[in-house]
Design a protein around this ligand. Sequence first.
Ligand code: IMP
Ligand code: MG
Length: 181
Amino acid sequence: MTQPAYVVDEMISAKAIAARIEELCREIVKEFRDTDKLVVVGLLRGSFVFIADLVRELDLPVEVDFLEASSYGDGMESSREVRILKDLRGAIEGRDVLVVEDIVDTGYTLHHVEKLLRSRNPKRMRTIALLDKPVRREVDFKADWIGFEIPDEFVVGYGIDFAQRNRNLPFIGKVRFTQQG
Ligand code: IMP
Ligand code: MG
């Protein structure tokens, strides 16, 4: 598949992300202070860098599990139809759960995943997303914690891809098209 040529302009530095994660973790620890074990659920694949940094900053007993939901495919538009491609390995009934997502865009993905996981009767469930694009929202969904609100730009890096590329950038950058390649 041919890719249009683009460059990535830095939007949020690695340092700013790390500082924000420290702040968020202080709030998460406060919320789950009394937990026996927190099940941290990462939404694959975009959250893999975020969840890695997050759990290392969380001074709580944690377990890590993953769930994969489809929404974007390889394009830049949400399909609005959420399918579960890979479910959790463990049961979450009666457990404390933190769902970790990279970006809330239209809101379909987290809205659907939250409904699904709540139906399994966790004791307490919260959601966190590194990025939020509120102007893009199509369904009523609000994460409990957000790293950064961003404008309607297509971003990559820090785990987030454009057609599977750029996940390994250490910062968040916005995609700027140059010419048709
Ligand atoms: P939603 O269901 O529209 O909220 O979509 C959320 C998912 O779309 C995120 O988990 C991302 O995987 C993907 N997504 C949304 N915005 C971007 C972006 O700017 N770059 C890359 N992926 C994105
Ligand atoms: Mg995603």
